[in-house]
Design a protein around this ligand. Structure first.
Ligand code: FES
Length: 401
């Protein structure tokens, strides 16, 4: 028996209709043989290849995945592949933090004239997957002993509670605000009458990011909101405005004097990345095993504001709603990737999770990639363009073959 013990890998290739698919076709018409292990799935453009499809392929026992489209400059839709490249640059670090084996995820540009390249790429990927053996990441046993240090204690705001209450009372009494959203000793406070302002304090508690209340219809119905904002809230407001979800002139912001936004602390993520991929996967498998899909992470997040979340859609059903390993991985990968280039590091997802899962680590994987690869920090510059949604011709592509 060979060193691969007769194992034949299953490879899923998502290819764009206009280049790689035609490259595969050319390989066929030229009688260029390539291994039959690959299942080609034709999509209109790499810009339309949802990252969920990569995850889905592994859910369905693929041993390797290829995503391939037109060379830069050749996209049939002008820039679909540039947008895709940028998303991949953020998606790969997220998969890495989760412990996926990046040797099994391939990206290439193959044109309609490159039948020979298509043949070679498929042969190489098949050979490498054969050597790596079967891939069953979701069967990780969840027995990692590694634990993150966890969220640092919140920084104390130096504002004076008396003047905060006076400001809030005046805004409500004069009708300049219909509601003041802030923190109280025991949780969030939505002050609607002047006397409610006495419950506000700068250093109160809230598991939910206060800016998350701005998306709620029942809060919007209360009239112009005022919000008691800390550094993460200010960044979230900037992102929400970038994404046309709010207009700053429609919101009264009460911000404390004191320390501004501290540089992000990626030390837990760094420690996680020191582990072997298999152990990272085992860590997350153990964590997600406790997830009951309550979606508290989504509700607490200031930047999860879709009217209808992808997880609630069932035509097609992109994410399995059951609380088992596959569904939980798919949900948390999706949530984290939807926050790529947007998460402001408020930690609300971690605080809100009743199962104690430190979800901020996943958001940090993309946030750190955004900082390192693009010098971009979500919400730090209100004038900056959103990171995902634009692209640059100079985006790095050393991982694309
Ligand atoms: Fe091929 Fe856009 S049409 S990548």
């Amino acid at each position: 028996m060979s060193e691969t013990n007769g194992f034949e890998p299953k490879i899923v290739a998502y290819v764009c209709n206009w280049c790689t698919y035609l490259g595969a076709d050319l390989a066929g018409t030229n009688r260029l043989e390539y291994p039959p292990n690959v299942r080609l799935i034709r999509l209109p453009c790499t810009g339309r290849i949802d990252f969920n499809l990569i995850v889905k392929a592994f859910e369905m026992s693929a041993d390797a995945v290829l995503v391939s489209g037109c060379h830069p400059g050749d996209c049939h839709y002008t820039a679909g592949n540039y947008h895709a490249r940028r998303r991949w640059m953020l998606f790969r670090p997220l998969l890495e933090a989760l412990g996926f084996d990046l040797r099994r995820i391939h990206f290439t540009w193959i044109s309609a004239a490159e039948g020979r390249k298509f043949q070679q790429v498929i042969a190489e990927i098949t050979e490498s997957a054969r050597k790596l053996g079967p891939y069953r990441p979701y069967e990780a046993n969840g027995e990692s002993k590694w634990r993150p240090a966890g969220l640092p204690p919140p920084k104390r705001r130096s504002g004076d509670d008396a003047s905060l209450r006076t400001t809030a009372r005046e805004l409500l009494a004069e009708g300049k605000a219909g509601v003041v959203i802030g923190r109280g000793e025991r949780g969030p406070v939505l002050a609607r009458k002047p006397e409610d302002a006495d419950r506000l304090t700068w250093n109160g508690a809230s598991k939910i990011a206060l800016t998350a209340y701005l998306k709620r219809k029942e809060v919007r119905a209360l009239g112009k909101p005022a919000i008691v904002a800390g550094p993460a809230d200010l960044r979230a407001l900037n992102v929400l405005e970038q994404e046309s979800q709010i207009r700053r002139e429609d919101i009264h912001v009460i911000a404390a004097e004191g320390p501004g936004a501290a540089p992000p602390d990626f030390s837990d993520l760094d420690a996680l990345l020191q582990l072997e991929p298999g152990e990272r996967m085992a860590y997350w498998a153990g964590e997600f095993d406790r997830c009951v899909k309550c979606y508290a992470c989504r509700q607490a997040c200031p930047l999860c504001y879709c009217e209808r979340c992808i997880v609630d859609k069932n035509r097609p059903q992109a994410i399995d709603t059951s609380a088992h390993a596959r569904g939980n991985f798919a949900w948390h990968i999706t949530r984290a990737f939807h926050l790529a280039g947007r998460c402001v590091g408020c930690g609300a997802c971690t605080r809100a999770c009743p199962a104690g899962i430190d979800l901020r680590l996943l958001n940090q994987a993309a946030a750190r990639a955004a900082e390192r690869q693009f010098g971009y920090r979500a919400g730090a510059d209100p004038k900056a363009e959103p990171l995902v949604g634009v692209y640059s011709l100079t985006d790095k592509e050393e991982f694309i073959g």
